[in-house]
Design a protein around this ligand. Structure first.
Ligand SMILES: C[S@@+](CC[C@H](N)C(=O)[O-])C[C@H]1O[C@@H](n2cnc3c(N)ncnc32)[C@H](O)[C@@H]1O
Length: 401
């Protein structure tokens, strides 16, 4: 597919985030050409402005200053390597693995989806960038072989420990760029990942809903939990990928909004998962919580219990400080622990140090509000305690132990 205004926006944001490797070896899966919805930025010079492939190359040369730029395309120019992306490639390309791999509207035309995403994974270096631009919306029904969903990219990231650096949509009919796809019939979804680990490619797993499922009721409970920032997806994935018997701990449950979701997911999974929550039920984190505590005589435990009375899964409550509760668990005993308690640097650091040894090999420690603008203490503690071990999904930080 052709490069558009969305690509200018994408690389500009990644540049401001300072996440683009310098002098990278770059691989395009599908040779890009310039669409022409917007002119090439004036500072970029192309000697052959009427050739859309030359214009796209000039764009990448200017913004990435690549050591090498390799293109794979069965139908590309004479510069492109002609490989069939349906087939696993045994040949090692020069400069592979690459610092940056780009799927700019190619994957949806390749029948063998698993092979495409596996190639992209294996041909990207750890700490390298993986960029996707893919058509989304009913208006594309006759465009490719597939229309991708944000769910696909979310589960791909969770399965393979990619940090999601950014996602946004371009409405190609109006040129509007935003975060809400629902309005647009013909959008391009942009996703930028950083590959954090040198691991074998894992296929994402999506479990379809069954009619007999217990209905979710978290929406009626006040709190911060939801699908908007990856929190819900992290919980759903934890249940989906857990073994048949496991122990989960949620640190910071407040009125039970996030707990309610987890409890229903556990019941619907039919797995034997023991669920513990840890909370003082009296630690205010912001003004909203101060007011809520005042309305409940300084302790919200009874409100939590009332909200959770509909839970199809038994929940064991530890009403105490996080670090005190951690001492109740033997090391390497937990499958999943999620930290969403106090958000200041000292508390988050203490929580991570207390709970990390409790996770079994193969299990997950994660937490909420990895956001340097709203919660710098969380970011500082996670960066310091877990350097090189975590990845970011939405506003969640995640460590696979
Ligand atoms: C942001 S709220 C949790 C919200 C909940 N996960 C949700 O999304 O609905 C934080 C909770 O952590 C609790 N908390 C704060 N510091 C704590 C600590 N050191 N030990 C135990 N609980 C703590 C607070 O009482 C509060 O209920």
């Amino acid at each position: 597919m052709a490069l558009t205004k969305g690509d200018i926006h994408l690389w500009d944001r990644l540049r401001k985030m300072q996440v683009i490797p310098s002098n990278p070896h770059v691989l395009e899966l599908g040779e890009a050409n310039w669409h022409g919805d917007v002119p090439l930025p004036p500072e970029i010079v192309c000697e052959n402005p009427h050739d859309p492939f030359a214009v796209a190359r000039a764009f990448y040369q200017h913004i990435l200053n690549p050591a090498t730029l390799t293109s794979i395309d069965m139908d590309g120019t004479e510069d492109a390597i002609k490989l069939n992306l349906n087939k696993w490639q045994f040949l090692r390309l020069p400069n592979c693995p690459f610092d940056i791999t780009i799927n700019s509207g190619t994957a949806e035309h390749v029948f063998n989806q698993a092979n495409f995403f596996r190639i992209m994974h294996e041909w990207t270096k750890p700490a390298g960038l993986m960029v996707h631009a893919t058509p989304i919306g009913a208006g594309w029904h006759s465009h490719g072989l597939y229309i991708h969903t944000i769910e696909l990219f979310g589960l791909l990231a969770l399965a393979n420990e990619y940090s999601t650096l950014l996602t946004f949509y371009l409405d190609v009919d109006t040129g509007h760029i935003g975060n809400d796809v629902s309005l647009y019939a013909r959008s391009v979804m942009y996703v930028a990942f950083r590959k954090e680990q040198d691991s074998t490619f894992r296929y994402p797993v999506q479990t379809p809903k069954r009619i007999s499922d217990h209905p979710h009721f978290f929406d009626g409970i006040p709190g911060w939990f939801g699908p908007q920032d990856g929190y819900l997806q992290v919980y759903a994935d934890a249940v989906r990928t857990a073994p048949l018997c496991a122990v989960f701990v949620e640190v910071g449950c407040w009125l039970g909004r996030s707990t309610a979701f987890l409890a229903v997911e556990i019941a619907n999974s039919k797995k034997v998962i023991g669920l513990f929550v840890v909370d003082t039920f009296c630690t205010p984190g912001n003004e909203e919580m101060v007011n809520e505590l005042a309305a409940h005589d300084g302790n919200v435990r009874a409100a939590f219990e009332a909200n959770m009375s509909r839970s199809p899964t038994p929940v064991s409550v530890l009403e105490c400080a996080s670090t005190e509760a951690a001492a109740n668990f033997i090391d390497a005993s937990l499958e999943f622990c999620f930290i969403d308690a106090s958000h200041d640097y000292e508390s988050v650091k203490a929580d991570i140090l207390a709970w990390l040894p409790k996770i079994r090999p193969g299990g997950t420690l994660a937490g909420h509000d990895y956001d340097s603008e709203t919660d710098p203490g969380v970011v500082q503690a996670v960066n310091e305690c877990l350097a090189g071990r975590f990845f970011v999904f939405g506003r969640c930080w995640i460590v696979r132990v």
